[in-house]
Every structure is written in structure tokens, then in C-alpha cells.
Design a protein around this ligand. Structure first.
Ligand SMILES: [Zn+2]
Length: 336
């Protein structure tokens, strides 16, 4: 089937399922370094990136997000690869496009927060941040992305710059904040922060990363109640709590070091819990549902199936009886 329908047409018809978490998954697979989290893997191991795109596609993801997260000039300079900046950005879109063509997926360009924005010096910050966004968006649009996602933003001011740069291409825009704190770093509630984006022409607004389903939900409800445009939600699949509301805070009792970013495994949600999130999010009117850091293809497949879909990898989904494997008539977990 030809993917003649763009993101807006798809969202008008039904929930769209996304999938992210490339940094964390490729780190776990040994292709990317935790800390700098720069996606050099796009140039160094393109097959690894393509394989993860393919696994998300087979699990039901409808959008292949070009892996250009943190592939902006400042980060590339920090790892000594500024000269590969353009090549990396263009290659990432080509890889996503190639795999999207194996199914009926769209390709999204991707911007991340720059770490260079300072809301106490908005004009000076913009002079640094805007050109970084402009070059990435230009390369993405020249490579033919279907829409552009700007994500993990903490400042309304920086989000508005990203939005403006995206809108100049004429492509649909999706702009999402990471709700680590109760408000944006420049002092807006998340629902106000999203409403400001809508007022400035964003097509899709919402939240991604930082919080797990347990602690992101109330913000999503507020946002859904305050904007008319499409809403996106891509939480991390970790068991965040009121005491440890975002995944950078997670720590096991008695431990002195943070679980973030490389010891988060004990906090990982099951596929069933992420499937429950997908249904709950859809039921409150979230239009674009996905997953962020920590997410893996098995989560995405369970989310797709919970939304009533059958995916290429559903052929290998567990049989119902496997949830209660029995031995001598007892569930296996009750056998001593
Ligand atoms: Zn994330």
C-alpha cells in the first residue's frame, strides 16, 4: 500500500502509534555510548539502526523517526565529529525512509532540545539555537521527511523556536515537552505550554520522555482539556512513582547511586502495563501514542495489539496459555 496519507490524515482517522527510544535500545545493544548519547551509530553501524527501525515497524509503529536525536552541531562538536554533522543527518533520514518503505510507515525528522537555551537570555539563546535547528530541519526536509518532531523540550521559549523553524518548511509539526518538573523551566504549566504551541500553529503537541505512565497521566488529561489540536504522549516504560516521578530519580531502596541511565532494568514496565497505558491514553483522547527511552519492540507490539491491531510480528505473540504456564495443574510460579 502506498503511504499517500500524511500524519494529519491518519490522525483524523485513528490513533497513530509511534515508537522511539533509539538511544537507549542501541546503547543496550552495544552501539552507542551512554553519557554523550550522540547517534554516531547512524554512520558507524547503519545496519543496527535499520534493524531497530524494522523491529519497530514489524511491531506496529506507523512512524519511523529519523535517528537525529542529539545530532545537532553542539553535540557533534563535543564528540569531535562536527564535520560529519550533515552526512549523519541526511543518512539518518535515508535509513528511516528505506525501512518505512518495507511497510506503510511515515518518516519523521527529529529535533531534540539543544541544551543551549537560557530563558534569562532569550535573544542571545535564540542566536545560538535557531541556526542549529534550521540546518537540521533543512537537511531533513530536503531528504523528504513527511513531518518533523521536536521533542524533550523543557522551555516554551525553545519549543517556539523549533516550531517556527519547522513551520517554515510547510511540513506538519509535532512538538513535545519532557515533564520532569511540574512546570516548564520558564514557568508554564504543561497545559499552558502546549496551548501556546497550538496558538502558534503546532499540529500535534504533548509530552514525551522523563515520566512513566504512572506519573505522566494527569498532565495528559490537563493538556487534552486545554487544546483542540492533536495530542501526543510517549512516556518512558519505567515504574515512576509520586516519590520518584521521573526516571532520572529512580533508585532502589538502600542504593546510593541513581538507576538512570544504565541500571534502570529493575524498574522496567512489562509489555502488558504499556498496553494498558496505550488503551488509557486513547480513551482520554490522546491521538499519537508511543514510547520513549527504554522502550523496545515487544512493548510496541503489545501496545499495537491493545489498540486492536495485528502487526507483522503478531505472528509470534505469546499464546494466552503462556501467561499461566502450569505444572501438575498449578501455575508455575506456585510450584516449589
Ligand atoms: Zn526518551
Amino acid at each position: 500500500m502506498e503511504n499517500s496519507e500524511g500524519i494529519i490524515e491518519r490522525l483524523k482517522k485513528d490513533t497513530v502509534l509511534g515508537a522511539e527510544g533509539y538511544l537507549f535500545e542501541l546503547e543496550r545493544r552495544g552501539y552507542l555510548k551512554a553519557g554523550p548519547f550522540v547517534p554516531e551509530v547512524v554512520l558507524d553501524f547503519p545496519d543496527a539502526v535499520k534493524e531497530l527501525h524494522r523491529e519497530f515497524l514489524r511491531a506496529g509503529a506507523e512512524v519511523m523517526v529519523a535517528f537525529t536525536y542529539y545530532a545537532h552541531r553542539d553535540k557533534m562538536k563535543a564528540v569531535g565529529r562536527e564535520k560529519h554533522l550533515e552526512l549523519l543527518n541526511r543518512t539518518a533520514v535515508k535509513l528511516a525512509r528505506e525501512i518505512a518503505g518495507e511497510g506503510n510507515a511515515l518518516v519523521a525528522g527529529n529535533l531534540s532540545e539543544s541544551w543551549k537555551y537560557d530563558h534569562t537570555r532569550p535573544k542571545e539563546s535564540e542566536k545560538i539555537v535557531r541556526p542549529m535547528f534550521e540546518e537540521q530541519v533543512q537537511w531533513a526536509s530536503e531528504e523528504g521527511v513527511d513531518f518533523i518532531i521536536a521533542e524533550t523540550l523543557d522551555y516554551v521559549g525553545e519549543a517556539l523556536i523549533a516550531l517556527d523553524v519547522i513551520r517554515q518548511t510547510g511540513l506538519p509539526s509535532m512538538v513535545t515537552y519532557t515533564p520532569i518538573l511540574e512546570k516548564s523551566r520558564d514557568g508554564y504549566t504543561w497545559s499552558d505550554a502546549c496551548r501556546i504551541l497550538e496558538d502558534n500553529g503546532a499540529d500535534i503537541v504533548g509530552l514525551n520522555c522523563g515520566r512513566g505512565p504512572n506519573t505522566i497521566y494527569r498532565f495528559l488529561k490537563d493538556i487534552r482539556g486545554s487544546v483542540k489540536c492533536f495530542v501526543a504522549a510517549q512516556p518512558v516504560p519505567y515504574r515512576t512513582t509520586d516519590k520518584q516521578p521521573y526516571f532520572q530519580k529512580l533508585q532502589e531502596i538502600g542504593e546510593t547511586s541513581c538507576a538512570f541511565p544504565v541500571a534502570l532494568d529493575p524498574f522496567l514496565h512489562t509489555r502488558f502495563e504499556m498496553a494498558d497505558f496505550a488503551v488509557k491514553a486513547r480513551d482520554i483522547g490522546v491521538n499519537y501514542i508511543g514510547i520513549c527511552c527504554g522502550g523496545a519492540p515487544h512493548h510496541v507490539r503489545a501496545m499495537a495489539e491493545a489498540l486492536g491491531r495485528t502487526t507483522p510480528s503478531s505472528r509470534y505473540s505469546h499464546d494466552e496459555c503462556m501467561q499461566n504456564v502450569s505444572f501438575d495443574g498449578k501455575p508455575i510460579c506456585d510450584v516449589d
